[in-house]
Design a protein around this ligand. Structure first.
Ligand SMILES: Cc1cc2nc3c(=O)[nH]c(=O)nc-3n(C[C@H](O)[C@H](O)[C@H](O)COP(=O)(O)O)c2cc1C
Ligand SMILES: [Mn+2]
Length: 484
């Protein structure tokens, strides 16, 4: 929250943030909703109503559960809340937010800060073991009518240790509840978490995991972004925090538990142990993958704070209750990565929410040489942050706001020759969640679209018909109420 000097207030944990959101006027409280469909529907509808601006929703007195066992939806999913979570200045629009995240990365703000070990923290307030382990102790939602399971892990982070080099990986993977001490875990091909699990299985060993089901959104943001292999997302999140996260080694496996997390499950995935999981309404907005046999996690222990808060992401027809935040962070990561690959002249990047933050990405450049637009599109489509599950990558000129869909459609309509300016990338990294891909190996084709004015005609391209900057300024000053 801004403290009047434009500075954002720090937060220690999710609970501080809830106070900050309330002070911003961006927290809705819902009492008495049913975990069975109502919580999911409210989360989905509030996110769709006013994308990037709607409130976070805190559910309490959930049907059949004690007061205080809460669910929080959409924590970082608005301009102001995302800036608050990240500790960035309040932005005016999407690209301002992307720019300030990028500035932080450029100034070393994404340097990795490893966690520090501590011996105590709120997460140890309750420890359930043996017969006391019961995943139904929490108001685990069933979010859509056709879902095959209740999901305790949606806005979650799954912690694993690479058995070869020991580095810690975080990933957001959906976690189903099968029974009181068995969870299902669905990790798609190509994810680090899946490689790590396979390494344990190849050695004939079970794979230890921690599953945090409620935590600081900084951890969620790092956990669900495609951060390069070998880098611990926990260190990345520490870099964004500007100081290390405090972690407590877990009792069975010594994995790092964030000391301020809300609910953390500890367990193991045993080779060959599977149960039917799904279907689940997914992030591109479909039930693209059917129920299938998936690995299970035997839950050995549950750690939770008093009055725990489960964090909730509802994958659905977009915009979802997490896409705004993902779009903003991913846009900055793509911008950073294309520059590191040598691209100059970038003026903006936006991964549109309607494309679920992955399928419709736009990069704006000030064209500097022939082929520049093509290079921008190809790099944005293929860098680590932009590669997974893409479909459309569109390059526009610097007079186009890449986050403004009207601007983008105008550029596509008037500067792009569909026969000449569309290239294809075939068989790229995608996912079974892509509704266009019916079977393995789930490789997708992409279009890289050059919607910039043709380089060879840049100087003679027809002039844009619009009020000039001076005239605009004068008119806005004269009739401010019209343009507030
Ligand atoms: C709300 C949400 C749910 C997600 N669910 C899954 C999932 O169930 N399985 C999966 O493989 N990836 C899922 N992802 C994407 C991964 O978290 C993301 O690709 C991440 O970078 C994976 O980390 P890793 O490469 O370190 O394994 C989800 C992302 C979000 C935002
Ligand atoms: Mn990773």
């Amino acid at each position: 929250m801004a403290d009047g000097t434009g500075q954002i207030k720090r937060h220690e944990d999710l609970r501080d943030l809830i106070e900050h959101f309330e002070a911003l006027g961006e927290l809705a409280r819902v009492d008495g909703a049913d975990w069975d469909l109502e919580v999911g529907a409210v989360a989905e509808l509030t996110a769709q109503k006013d994308p990037g601006r709607g409130p976070a929703v805190l559910f309490d007195n959930i049907k059949g559960y004690p007061e205080g066992f809460r669910i929080l939806s959409g924590a970082p999913n608005s301009f102001r809340r995302l800036a608050t979570v990240l500790g960035l200045p309040m932005p005016d629009d999407e690209i301002a937010l992307v720019r300030s995240y990028l500035e932080r990365i450029r100034q070393g703000g994404a340097d990795l800060i490893p966690p520090v070990e501590v011996s105590d923290g709120p997460i140890l307030e309750n420890i359930l073991e043996g017969d006391d382990v019961d995943l139904f102790k929490f108001p685990v939602p069933k979010v859509h009518e056709l879902d095959g399971n209740r999901y305790i892990g949606t806005d979650d982070m799954v912690v694993m240790r690479d058995p070869e080099d020991g580095h810690i990986n975080l990933g957001t993977y959906r976690i189903a509840v099968h029974d009181k001490n068995t969870a299902g875990i669905w990790i798609s091909p190509g994810k680090h978490g899946r490689f790590i699990r396979e390494k344990y299985f190849k050695q004939g060993k079970p794979c230890p995991v921690l599953i945090s089901c409620g935590q600081d959104p900084l951890l969620f943001l790092a956990s669900h972004q495609e951060i390069r292999g070998g880098v611990s997302e926990l260190d990345y999140a520490g870099g964004q925090r500007g100081r290390p996260f405090e972690v407590i080694p877990s009792k069975s496996h010594g994995l790092p538990i964030p000391a301020n997390a809300e609910i953390v499950l500890e367990g193991t995935i045993h080779p060959g142990e599977e149960r039917e999981e799904g279907p689940f309404g997914e992030f591109m907005g479909y039930y693209a993958s059917e129920a299938s046999m998936q690995p299970v996690v035997r839950i050995e222990r549950i750690y939770h704070r008093n009055n725990p808060i489960l964090t909730l992401a509802v994958p659905s027809r977009p915009p979802e209750n997490f896409t705004f935040a993902r779009s903003a962070v991913k846009s900055a990561m793509i911008w950073d990565e294309v520059e590191k690959a040598g691209l100059a002249g970038v003026t903006g990047v936006w991964c549109h929410e309607a494309g679920a933050g992955r399928l419709f990405n736009v990069i704006a450049i000030k064209q500097g040489y022939p082929g520049h637009a093509k290079q921008a599109g190809m790099l944005a489509a293929n860098c680590r942050a932009g590669n997974y599950a893409g479909r459309w990558t569109i390059t526009v000129d610097d007079d186009i706001n890449p986050a403004d869909i009207n601007d983008v459609i105008w550029a596509l309509s008037t500067r792009c020759d569909p026969v000449e300016d569309v290239d294809f990338i075939r068989r790229a990294w995608s996912t079974p969640l892509d509704p266009l891909l019916p079977k393995p190996p789930y490789e997708s084709n992409r279009a890289v679209v050059d919607a910039c004015k043709p380089w060879g005609r840049l100087n003679e391209f027809p002039i844009t018909a619009e009020a000039g900057p001076e005239l605009r300024r004068r008119v806005k000053e004269k009739w401010p109420e019209l343009f507030a």
